[in-house]
Design a protein around this ligand. Sequence first.
Ligand code: CMC
Length: 429
Amino acid sequence: MSSNSTLSVDNKAVDLSVKEGTIGPSVIDISKLYAQTGMFTYDPGFTSTASCESKITYIDGDKGVLLYRGYPIDQLAEHGDFLETCYLLLYGELPTAAQKADFDYRVTRHTMVHDQMNRFFTGFRRDAHPMAIMVACVGALSAFYHDSTDISDPHQRMVASMRMIAKMPTLAAMAYKYHVGQPFVYPQNDLDYSSNFLRMCFAVPAEEYKVNPVLSRALDRIFILHADHEQNASTSTVRLAGSSGANPFACIAAGIACLWGPAHGGANEAALKMLEEIGTPDKIPMYIAKAKDKNDPFRLMGFGHRVYKNYDPRARIMQKTTHEVLSELGIKDDPLLDVAMELEQIALKDEYFVEKKLYPNIDFYSGITLKAMGFPTSMFTVLFALARTVGWIAQWSEMIEDPSQRIGRPRQLYTGSPERNYVTVAQRG
Ligand code: CMC
């Protein structure tokens, strides 16, 4: 359905069509605005701009709603599993039992990585950040799997998607093992996705490893919660990279690079580092004061969100999972946790945070949970990237399959020097 709106530019009325979605705000179609007025629109940070049409994920930031293909995130996290969520995001519907078995089998068959990748890993320093390794290794997949880089072939696109969903845990675990100086552990395909990942991270050849089902379920839930999040910075990066026709492995590597930043996926690592820096609950008031001070760049990491201005529905589920994991592991007197719980309470009541609607976000709780499971902070964003890979792929596929797709090419407001003539070095004063 569409209607019209009128914009007045230099006393000239410009008719613009309004497009309506199934839910959420309508959009004013300005794609012809430049041709009609000679003007661009200006929206740094894209706070009022829809960059694409999508059927995958819906967020209502004021109501704290997150839907994957129409299903509320809490229902999926409560009743579903991660591979089922992957199927839903990729194909638009929840799988039947037969479709699920087939999908799980297809993903599982791709879990191993080319043996030559091992050599690629050993080129890194042992103290390399695992996200640096992930950016490089996922990009390098395009050098290993030439038979799935032709984006015009739907079969190759499907194979590349399966490969990335399947190999991401293997690569992430290899990045971790390399970092801690332990031998790589190969995937074991009779385990489910999350159990397999836990085993590849924490098993050693010298001992038998038994997967803890509570931890494996908690990890699976963390993966579901992170699987997609509409047109965020890394997803937009993947779409923009893909719009030029770049191969899918290169596009996902671009998404991983973007996710690494502390304002995005790097926030879980930054949140835990902040808790460590605060150290004891008595220092919290000092840090709250720093966060409120306009002249101090310090922010409470793990608080606030660009879209959720009421609460982050993922944070609510994550908070429950955090407590389940801590109770399973018998962790009661962790000083870090004391700081986290008290900080959460103080910030929830503090006028500054309440007024600006700065609630704990998913990263605040996921960091605590992952630490309790035994992951070092440097791995937190890697786990986020692992889970988000399916969302990036679903969004990339949707874009490739859209017949109206063109290369993404934003314009700018130029404020530099007007045209001027070159002067030789001898003539410059
Ligand atoms: N601590 C203290 N003050 C804050 C914080 C914070 N965490 N976040 C926002 N503010 C203040 C900010 O100073 C500004 O105040 P004023 O209006 O007086 O200038 C106001 O709140 C609005 O902030 P903003 O930067 O304009 O908001 P934004 O929508 O551009 O930023 C954000 C959103 C998530 C980048 C920001 O809240 C932040 O930096 N949070 C900490 C990092 C973090 O936890 N990021 C994870 C986001 S969730 C995971 C993901 O989606 O990747």
